[in-house]
Design a protein around this ligand. Structure first.
Ligand code: ADP
Length: 239
């Protein structure tokens, strides 16, 4: 399979603390890979290095064979990496459509005017917010805010989507909806790295999982095997 994302010997030190210690893994085109581990194991730091928010201390990150780990965040976004955040980031005083249109302006070839409006309508339909563009963003329920956030992330037409606990905080019914939305992205061939604590979602969505503990990779493989690995269970129990 074609490797879309390849991470080799990635390291991040904050002063004397090694938050990420020589971590390597790759993600094939169209795959959804879970990045797991107890709190503080370095998952968000890895996502921040992939998106360029943090510069690695050592190691390389390549997207489709091209090194991106020396690029600033906006260039990495233009190469096709998009992410959502643990806490929903919306522009609350704008409408739903305006939130998506604002994201469209950050594309490598920005869309404006009616082209942006049309594209925003399509993106909102893709995430189940058809006809809801005129509503105020801060009036949306939590799951609908998540849908809008996803539409914003998809506005960049990413090749790689980074989801940082995007499903957290949803009730069981909303969780089903959220999982189904990611399934629909998978069906369209989207490549995703998913940081997630909800194991039901990890099992439902991810073919493979990578597990970190205290900055190091401790397991990698098919999701069910990894979740049954005694070293992984011990790491979570020690949390
Ligand atoms: P996870 O996402 O797995 O919970 P993080 O990547 O957030 O873990 O954190 C890994 C380690 O790096 C933790 O010990 C955390 O305190 C530390 N850390 C994360 N970000 C910073 C930062 N900006 N400055 C200093 N230490 C940080």
């Amino acid at each position: 399979m074609n490797k879309l994302l390849e991470i080799i010997d990635l390291k991040k030190q904050f002063g004397g603390l090694t938050a990420v210690n020589d971590v390597s893994f790759s993600v094939a085109e169209g795959e959804i890979v879970a990045l797991l581990g107890p709190n503080g194991s370095g998952k968000t730091t890895v996502l921040n290095m992939i998106s360029g928010a943090l510069t690695p201390t050592a190691g390389t990150i390549a997207l489709a064979g091209e090194t991106i780990s020396n690029l600033p965040p906006h260039k990495i976004a233009h190469k096709g990496v998009s992410r959502t955040f643990q806490l929903v980031k919306i522009l609350p005083s704008l409408t739903v459509a305006e939130n998506v249109i604002a994201a469209l302006a950050f594309r490598p070839n920005p869309l404006w005017g009616s082209a942006a409006q049309d594209r925003a309508d399509m993106l909102l339909a893709d995430v189940g917010l058809s006809g809801r563009g005129h509503e105020h963003a801060d009036d949306l329920t939590y799951i609908d805010q998540k849908r809008m956030e996803l539409a914003r992330a998809l506005a960049a037409e990413p090749r790689l989507l980074l989801l940082d606990e995007w499903l957290s905080g949803l009730n069981p019914t909303e969780l089903r909806v959220g999982i189904d939305l990611i399934v629909s992205l998978r069906a369209r061939g989207m490549t995703i790295v998913l940081v997630e604590h909800i194991m039901e979602a990890v099992r439902a969505l991810c073919t493979r999982a990578v597990v970190m503990n205290i900055g190091s990779k401790i397991a990698e493989g098919p999701t069910d095997d990894v979740l049954a690995d005694p070293a992984v269970i011990a790491a979570y129990l020690g949390d």
